[in-house]
Design a protein around this ligand. Structure first.
Ligand SMILES: CC(C)(COP(=O)(O)OP(=O)(O)OC[C@H]1O[C@@H](n2cnc3c(N)ncnc32)[C@H](O)[C@@H]1OP(=O)(O)O)[C@@H](O)C(=O)NCCC(=O)NCCS
Length: 178
């Protein structure tokens, strides 16, 4: 399996993959919107493929923090998708780890994600709210633990505080309600 950065030519295949993984078009459209959103740049868009077949995709985009830490380089992971028949074979994990390695090289200090803690904990993500790092919109109480963060490049969690502001394409309140 190879992991590589996508080009504009990969977008149709990436969108087909997102639709197959999520069973709906919303995440595919979101991916297209994020990639075209100057306020979400720089993005990191990684594709996993085997013998030319697209198996998975992950997208990271830039976010900012409000307050004193506003110059902190930060990113958010969304969305992540693996082809249904390729799930459970480590493709998602490999994409996350490859993305984190590249973000580390780029000097990114914080990486956020809204997702299942049981899945993301194994890659080093912790509860972000408890670290004083708020999501762009309040997360419903029952899903509060899904808002997670990971510090890279020697950054210590607990010292940086603020609320996250994503690129415009991710700042739609309905994306944060589930
Ligand atoms: C979530 C997803 C990206 C995981 O990719 P994957 O390649 O199947 O994941 P991996 O093979 O690297 O890891 C599999 C492990 O994660 C667990 N896992 C997978 N999805 C999970 C979820 N939503 N919640 C909790 N654990 C999950 C599996 O049970 C498995 O655990 P095990 O190793 O203990 O058996 C993939 O299942 C997918 O595309 N799902 C549909 C889209 C989606 O829900 N994306 C959510 C992104 S926030």
């Amino acid at each position: 399996m190879q992991i590589r950065e996508t080009s504009a030519d990969d977008l149709p295949a990436v969108m087909r993959l997102q639709e197959a993984a999520f069973g709906q078009a919303e995440e595919a459209e979101l991916t297209r919107a994020i990639l075209a959103d100057p306020t979400a740049a720089p993005t990191l868009s990684l594709l996993a493929q085997d013998d030319g077949k697209v198996l998975g995709h992950v997208l990271f985009s830039r976010v900012r923090l409000t307050g004193p830490a506003s110059d902190c380089a930060a990113a958010i992971l969304a969305p992540l998708a693996v082809l249904p028949e390729a799930q459970g074979r480590g493709v998602g994990g490999r994409l996350i780890e490859a993305g984190l390695a590249r973000l580390r090289e780029r000097g990114v200090a914080l990486v956020f994600v809204l997702g299942d803690p049981a899945f993301y904990n194994r890659f080093g993500f912790q509860a972000a709210g408890r670290q004083g790092l708020a999501a762009p919109y309040p997360i419903p109480e029952e899903h509060a633990e899904a808002w997670r963060v990971q510090a890279l490049n020697g950054v210590v969690l607990g010292r940086l505080r603020g609320s996250v502001i994503c690129g415009d394409s991710l700042m739609r309140p309905e994306l944060w309600r589930e």
